[in-house]
Design a protein around this ligand. Structure first.
Ligand code: AMP
Ligand code: MG
Length: 464
């Protein structure tokens, strides 16, 4: 794929972006580079030096708005990030985004910088997602800047090279809707469709179809997050991307001990984005998107609302179907029966009652074992006996549905701590194994062990 330092986004109306000159950093040093990703994308051999010499290059900061924890902010935007380049052409293309690259016209009171540990955290978790096969933005490299960043203490600064199918968010649509710029709204919708969705079927309202596709991708994405015990933490509308990739890994985490109402974010006091709230919050965000898109749907507002509602109503049924299907597969069950919604709910209740480790609960299940006699196990065994597939087939389905490895909080924390003092071994080891989380050879590895009481991380911080 070709690497270009022009931005297709710059062709959109100027209200959506500002260009800026990227400042060079004092002493850039690559901390981690994703050679496998570079290879998969067929990047030119000199990609590292080309990208890393970003100083002086023309960047582009995107404008967006957003509901943050329910409150609307009409003026956000890339405050500490900029589009640096685009990869590919025509068919598939990716933004190369530089996160932590310094102040932009949208920085408000922020410094535009990012800490090494926050950028490495995003690198680890996004690549863990890629390993799990869940749609995500990717991380190409983290480069320490050699400059301090001041948070609660002085920390090392860094930039992340992030790849995304595009950085258009729900908040990007809200930005135009609140300014009543309908022409720009159309251009934005057309841009996003051309880039990530293709043409609407003949005779179908193209913007309504776009809304339908976005809703469908989110329903699927949230089901996938929840099937690996993931809590995004900051599902604000500026952190929900239209193309359906997981984006903006801030205070996110994979659960160890299962609890449906678990949150990790130090700023999520009300539990707004708890594990089990994620579908409802995604639908809330999508409703904000639909509102922003109303002028594109029909001139008659009442009609536009009715059209949007029809699409929004599809979200929960699709989510529930995919959620159940994923959990049934984790339990070795191939085809959903009418009564399985209750069985999945009973399974989650059982996991919560027994304070099970989310990941290891499924790994410990054995369709052949005869020594497990809890009522839940009996129900499960009876359900397995009630399908045509053999226990061996169920075991195989479970093996491809249950990762052995997630990016456990305490392991991430350990890797970040070591990296801060220059020891990259734990980071490299973690990233390497997270590429193949379904590898049965990981059984028994220390990386699959839940944290003990001292190791447990109860909150994660934005650590911007
Ligand atoms: P986030 O919490 O990363 O989703 O960011 C929310 C908003 O705050 C976005 O508009 C960011 O660009 C902005 N922001 C976060 N950290 C900084 C920073 N250090 N400097 C400037 N803007 C920031
Ligand atoms: Mg964000």
């Amino acid at each position: 794929m070709s690497l270009s330092f022009t931005h297709s986004y710059a062709s959109l109306p100027p209200i959506l972006h500002r260009s800026l000159a990227l400042e060079p950093v004092a002493a850039p040093r690559t901390v981690i580079a994703n050679l496998a990703l570079a290879k998969a994308l067929n990047l030119p051999a000199n990609w590292q030096e080309t990208l890393l010499n970003f100083g002086g290059k023309q960047g582009l900061a995107m404008a967006y708005a957003g509901h943050q924890f329910g409150g609307f902010n009409a003026q956000l935007g890339d405050g500490r990030a900029a589009l640096l380049a685009e990869i590919g052409s025509g068919g598939e293309s990716f933004d190369v985004h530089l996160k932590g690259s310094g102040a932009t016209p949208f920085s408000r009171n922020g410094d535009g910088k990012a800490t090494l540990s926050a950028m490495l955290r995003e690198y680890i978790v996004s690549e863990a997602f890629a390993g799990l096969g869940i749609p995500t933005t990717r991380s190409l490299a983290v480069v320490a800047t050699g400059e301090p960043v001041y948070r609660e203490r002085a920390e090392q600064g860094a930039v992340l090279f992030r790849l995304a199918k595009s950085h258009v968010r729900v908040g990007t649509f809200q930005y135009l809707a609140v300014r009543k710029d309908i022409e720009a709204l159309k251009s934005l919708a057309d841009y996003e469709m051309a880039r990530n969705f293709g043409k609407a079927p003949e005779g179908v309202h193209k913007y309504l179809w776009l809304l339908e596709q976005v809703i469908s991708r989110q329903a699927s994405l949230i089901a996938q997050w929840m099937s690996v015990g993931f809590i995004h933490g900051v599902m604000n509308t500026d952190n929900m991307q239209l193309a359906g990739e997981t984006i903006d890994f801030g205070p996110c985490a994979f659960m160890d001990v299962f609890h449906p109402q678990k949150v990790f974010s130090s700023i999520d006091h009300g539990g707004r984005y708890a594990w089990d709230k994620q579908p409802v919050m995604a639908l809330w965000n999508l409703t904000r998107l639909a509102e922003a898109m109303l002028p594109l749907l029909d001139e008659d507002r009442a009609k536009a609302i009715a059209m949007a509602e029809t699409e929004l109503e599809k979200f929960l049924p699709q989510f529930e179907r995919e959620f159940e299907q994923r959990f049934l597969a984790k339990l070795g069950i191939f085809e959903r029966h009418e009564s399985d919604a209750d069985f999945v709910a009973a399974t989650l209740q059982h996991m919560a009652d027994t304070q099970s480790d989310f990941t290891n609960f499924f790994l410990a299940l054995n369709p052949d074992a005869t020594n497990e006699n809890s009522p839940w196990h009996k129900t499960w065994k009876a359900r397995l006996a009630d399908q045509p597939q053999t226990a061996a087939e169920a075991t195989m389905l479970m093996a491809r549905s249950n990762p052995l490895l997630i990016a456990r909080n305490h392991r991430v924390a350990e890797a970040l701590k070591a990296a801060e003092v220059g020891d990259l071994a734990p980071l490299e080891r973690l990233v390497a194994v997270l590429k193949h989380p379904f590898d049965q050879a990981l059984r028994g590895s220390d990386l699959t062990t839940p944290p003990n009481e001292q190791e447990e991380v109860r909150q994660t911080f934005c650590g911007t």
